[in-house]
Design a protein around this ligand. Structure first.
Ligand code: NDP
Ligand code: MG
Length: 395
C-alpha cells in the first residue's frame, strides 16, 4: 500500500506540530502533501523546507506574499504551489489529491476547508471541534453521503471512538467524557473573579493553543465537546455525561447496557489520538511515554460544579434549542475568549457574555450553511457589543 496522502490544516499550531511529528515518524504509511496556516509564514517556510509539500496555503495574504518571496530566494527547495487569502485553504483542499485531511485550524475559520475536504471525497480527521459545534448536522450528513470517514482527533472522542469497538451501537447506554477541570478546579468563585490571563493559561495536564486552554479553564471546552460528541456518535444529549478527572489518564468511557464500562487510558499526549486518526483502522508503533499504573498514586473522579462552571449547562441548553443555537454559543465564546486574551474583560465575563448572546438569539431551525454563517456573524457582533457596553466583573 502506498502511504496515505495527508493534508494538514493548522500546521503551525499545537496539534499541527504534533501531526508533523507523527507523519515524519511513519514515512511508509503517511505522506504530507499540503499544509496550511493563517499568518506565521516563517514557521511555514521552515516546514516547507523540512517536509517538501506540493502545496501550501496561508489565509493572511501578506504572509503568503512573504512566504513566496522567501521560497523564491531559496534555491535548495522544490517550490510548492502557494494559495493565499481566505479562500486559499478551500481552493487548496479542493485541488489537492489526498486521502485524508487533518483539520486543526482553531475556531470557526476552519469550517469551510473541512467541508471542502468531505465534499471532494477525502476522509476528515477532525481536531477543530468548533466546526462540528457550528454545523454538526451538515458535516456528518456530508460524510455519510460521500461515504467518507469523520474521525475524531480530540482525545476524549478518540477514546470513545476506540471504546465503542467493544459493543454494538444499540448497546450503548451512555458515554462519559472526562475533563481535567482546568486550573480553577479547586478555586473559589472569588479567586475565579480575580483570575488573570497568566493563571488561566496555566493548564495542569495538557499543553495546547491559547484559545482551547482558556476554554479548558471555563469548562467551555467540555461544553463544546458534549456538542461534538452528540454529532460524532449520533447520541441524544441525555446519554452524554461529564466527569472531572484531574489526572487526564482515563481519556473517556463508554457504558454499555449490560453495565460494562469500557475506556481508553494513556499518558496525556495528543500524538496518540492524532496518529490513530491518521492510521485508522490500523495501529502503528508510537514512542510515547508508557503508562505505568503502579507509578500513579491515584486516579480520582468528581462531579463538575455547575455553580462555578455554567458552561456545561449551557451546552445542554443549546443542544435542546438546536438549529443555530450551538453556532451562537461558539461564536460568542470565540469573541469573549479573544477579549479576555487581550485583557479587556475579566475571566467570569467570558461566560456572562456567552450566556447573554445565546439568550438573545432567535434560533433558526435546520439551518443551511449560509444561515449558519449569518448566525455566526450576528453573534460575533452581539458579543462584541456586550463586551463594549456591559460593566465587567473585575470592576
Ligand atoms: P493553536 O492556536 O495552537 O493553532 C491554531 C492553528 O490554526 C495555527 O496553525 C493557526 O495558524 C491556524 N489558524 C488560525 N486561524 C486560521 C485561519 N483563519 N486560516 C488558516 N489557519 C488558521 O491551536 P491548537 O493546535 O491548540 O488547536 C487547533 C484545534 O484543535 C482547535 O479547534 C482546538 O479546539 C482543537 N484541539 C486542540 C487540542 C490541543 O491539544 N491543542 C486538543 C483537542 C482539540 P497561525 O499559526 O498562522 O496563526
Ligand atoms: Mg479534548
Amino acid at each position: 500500500m502506498p502511504p496515505k496522502r495527508v493534508v494538514l490544516l493548522g500546521s503551525t499550531g499545537s496539534i499541527g506540530e504534533s501531526t508533523l511529528e507523527v507523519v515524519e515518524n511513519l514515512p511508509a504509511d503517511l505522506k504530507l502533501v499540503a499544509l496550511a496556516a493563517n499568518s506565521q509564514w516563517e514557521k511555514v517556510f521552515r516546514q516547507v523546507l523540512r517536509h517538501a509539500p506540493e502545496s501550501v496555503a496561508l489565509s493572511d495574504p501578506a504572509g503568503a506574499t512573504r512566504l513566496e518571496e522567501a521560497l523564491d530566494r531559496d534555491a535548495t527547495c522544490r517550490k510548492p504551489r502557494v494559495y493565499a487569502g481566505a479562500r486559499g485553504l478551500v481552493d487548496m483542499v479542493r485541488a489537492t489529491e489526498a486521502d485524508i485531511v487533518l483539520g486543526a485550524v482553531s475556531g470557526a475559520a476552519g469550517l469551510p476547508a473541512n467541508i471542502a475536504a468531505l465534499e471532494t471525497g477525502k476522509d476528515l480527521a477532525l481536531a477543530n471541534k468548533e466546526s462540528l459545534v457550528m454545523s454538526g448536522a451538515i458535516l456528518t450528513r456530508l460524510a455519510r453521503e460521500r461515504g467518507r470517514r469523520l474521525i475524531p482527533v480530540d482525545s476524549e472522542h478518540s477514546a470513545v471512538f476506540q471504546s465503542l469497538h467493544a459493543g454494538g451501537r444499540d448497546e450503548v447506554e451512555s458515554i462519559i467524557l472526562t475533563a481535567s477541570g482546568g486550573p480553577f478546579r479547586e478555586a473559589s468563585i472569588d479567586e475565579m473573579r480575580r483570575a488573570t490571563k497568566a493563571t488561566a493559561l496555566r493548564h495542569p495536564t495538557w499543553k495546547m493553543g491559547a484559545k482551547i486552554t482558556i476554554d479548558s479553564a471555563t469548562l467551555m471546552n467540555k461544553a463544546l465537546e458534549v456538542i461534538e460528541a452528540r454529532w460524532l456518535f449520533d447520541l441524544p444529549p441525555e446519554k452524554i455525561r461529564v466527569v472531572i478527572h484531574p489526572q487526564s489518564i482515563v481519556h473517556s468511557l463508554v457504558e454499555f447496557h449490560d453495565g460494562s464500562v469500557v475506556c481508553q487510558l494513556g499518558t496525556p499526549d495528543m500524538k496518540v489520538p492524532i496518529q490513530y486518526a491518521l492510521t485508522y483502522p490500523t495501529r502503528k508503533p508510537l514512542a510515547t511515554k508508557r503508562l505505568r499504573l503502579e507509578e500513579l498514586s491515584s486516579l480520582t473522579f468528581q462531579a463538575p460544579d455547575p455553580g462555578r462552571f455554567p458552561a456545561l449547562r449551557l451546552a445542554y441548553d443549546v443542544l435542546r434549542l438546536g438549529g443555530t443555537a450551538p453556532t451562537v454559543l461558539n461564536a460568542a465564546n470565540e469573541v469573549a475568549v479573544a477579549a479576555f486574551l487581550r485583557e479587556e474583560i475579566a475571566f467570569l465575563d467570558i461566560l456572562a457574555c456567552v450566556e447573554r448572546t445565546v439568550r438573545h438569539h432567535d434560533v433558526v431551525a435546520d439551518p443551511t450553511l449560509d444561515e449558519i454563517f449569518a448566525a455566526d456573524a450576528a453573534a460575533r457582533d452581539a458579543a462584541s457589543h456586550t463586551i463594549q457596553t456591559t460593566p465587567s466583573h473585575s470592576r
